[in-house]
Design a binder for this molecule. Structure first.
Ligand code: PHE
Length: 498
């Protein structure tokens, strides 16, 4: 059996120590780090030259308070001894003074002395009932005052209950330590009959070459099959990686990126998108409303008026509106943006002339119960195209192209509903891996009720959907919360080039 020089040394030290020793003692004896010894001993065990077993040892140690009592005696002991000296009956005050017990300690002493049935108390006077001999607790304090004691030893002496009681009183702490005990085997003893193997050289140095010693030394053989140490370089967060990829795709397709505020007025989040003020999505269970400040500014009076009229009776849009009384207070309320459509409509209001090809990838907030597929803070991917002569076909074409670039070949559309688009559609892509159609985004052409108040005269194609779902698909994650849990093992384990 081949052993390395160090393995040979370990076997020898083990034999000299009687054939059996704890790993840490052996490491100390050989002056090598424990980790080195452990890896060598694994190899030795693999060769059947040693056997190792784990032993757990529990030790009891006195706490600071415990140490003090070990010296001065337990408070209840001091109390009883003082009482004995005072003739077995005395006022508490007197006993306390004699035993030099004050405050908290006196309370502890009285409590335990009574509980143990050593004294009785009546109208401030103590009467001795029993003067106990050395108690199990005191035995432990005495044993442990010389250092740590093994719990096993205490158990053998029948002191378990007393130990538990001292632990509860905070006078003793029990700690468990795990050891590895190494034991040399017959085979190991045999291996020692061979002379210590020569030192192997694992690194060819200039010195070896110059002196010509390389001719005579023995080189260690490289194991080219041995796995290398994994390297974890700094890297982008996987969600951010997908964001970069999507950004790249939009830029390739001729879009520009826009961003907008996370805190929006309800005006931009809802009203500008022709979402009526009593729409269920506005209610507290979906939208986070800000408490302080609770209101923001509305745009120019002309725009506000146009939006208000559109909601009420359709204004000049050809629509009949929703038929209710629009309130500016409702529109002023500040909300956490619930969708990035708030940002695209804001941009459109400032850029009413074609062409507009913009996208936004950013955070949105919804008052959701967090579970494996919902987060209260997540991201949306949003885009709009406003141009002369664009229509639904262009929208479907752009979406198909976008998803194709992301790696999804099959895409399906079907009619849907949003208050701000007509026609509206929903799109799904097919994931061959999951063998399932996955809902990705809502889309449509902005209604005249949305665009006319802002002076936009050309068709606006719009779409928006969740980012996390896409990331989950790409990374094979089943629980959305995993994306933001910062589990290092998962983050490190993800391939950089999938
Ligand atoms: N804002 C919609 C959502 O959050 C998606 C959408 C955007 C629909 C643009 C149509 C047009 O689900």
């Amino acid at each position: 059996m081949e052993v390395s020089p160090r393995e040979w040394d370990i076997l020898k030290a083990l034999r000299d120590l009687g054939g059996k020793a704890p790993a840490h003692a052996l490491a100390e004896q050989l002056s090598i780090p424990l980790a080195t010894l452990m890896s060598d001993s694994q190899s030795l065990e693999g060769k059947g030259l040693i056997r190792s077993t784990e032993v757990r040892i529990k030790r009891a140690r006195l706490t600071e308070e415990g140490k003090r009592y070990a010296e001065e005696g337990l408070p209840e002991r001091r109390l009883v001894e003082a009482l004995v000296e005072l003739g077995g009956r005395a006022e508490i005050k007197q006993v306390a003074e004699k035993a030099s017990l004050t405050g908290q300690e006196l309370a502890i002493a009285l409590g335990w002395a009574r509980r143990k049935g050593w004294v009785s108390v009546k109208e401030g006077t103590l009467t001795l009932l029993e003067r106990p001999g050395k108690t199990p607790e005191e035995e432990i304090l005495a044993l442990a005052s010389r250092g740590e004691v093994r719990v096993e030893e205490l158990a053998r002496r029948g002191l378990e209950a007393a130990l538990a009681s001292l632990e509860r009183r905070g006078l003793v702490e029990v700690e468990e330590e795990a050891f590895r005990i190494l034991k040399i085997t017959e085979l190991g003893l045999k291996a020692l009959e061979a002379p210590r193997p020569e030192e192997l050289v694992s690194c060819l140095t200039p010195e070896l070459i110059i002196t010509g010693r390389w001719r005579s030394v023995r080189f260690k053989r490289f194991n080219l099959e041995a796995p290398g140490l994994p390297v974890y370089p700094g890297r982008m967060h996987p969600v951010q990686e997908v964001v970069e990829e999507i950004r790249e795709i939009f830029l390739e397709m001729g879009f520009q990126e826009i961003r907008g505020p996370l805190v929006e007025t309800a005006f931009w989040n809802f009203d500008a998108l022709f979402t009526p003020q009593d729409h269920p999505a506005r209610e507290m269970h979906d939208t986070f409303y800000l408490a302080d400040p609770s209101e923001g500014d509305l745009p120019s009076e002309a725009i506000v008026q146009a939006v208000a009229r559109t909601h009420e009776d359709g204004w000049e849009t050809g629509s009949r509106g929703w038929g209710y009384k629009w309130r500016a207070e409702e529109a002023r309320k500040l909300v956490m943006r619930t969708h990035t459509t708030a940002t695209t409509i804001r941009y459109l209001a400032e850029h009413p002339e074609p062409p507009v090809w913009v996208f936004c990838i950013d955070r949105v907030y919804r008052n959701e119960r967090v579970d494996y597929k919902h987060l209260a803070e997540f991201h949306q991917i949003e885009g709009i195209v406003m141009d002369v002569n664009v229509g639904l076909r262009d929208l479907m074409g752009i979406l198909a192209e976008f998803y194709r670039k992301l790696g999804f070949r099959k895409i399906r559309f079907w009619p849907s509903y949003f208050p701000y688009t007509e026609p509206s559609l929903q799109s799904t892509v097919y994931s061959p891996e999951h063998k399932a159609w996955i809902e990705l985004c809502g889309a449509g052409v902005f209604r005249p009720e949305v665009v006319r108040p802002f002076g936009v005269k050309h068709p606006v194609l719009a779409w928006g959907g969740g980012l996390e779902r896409l990331v989950m698909l790409k990374l094979g994650v089943k629980d959305i919360r995993k994306l933001y849990r910062n589990e290092l093992s998962w983050l490190r384990g993800l391939p950089i080039c999938p």
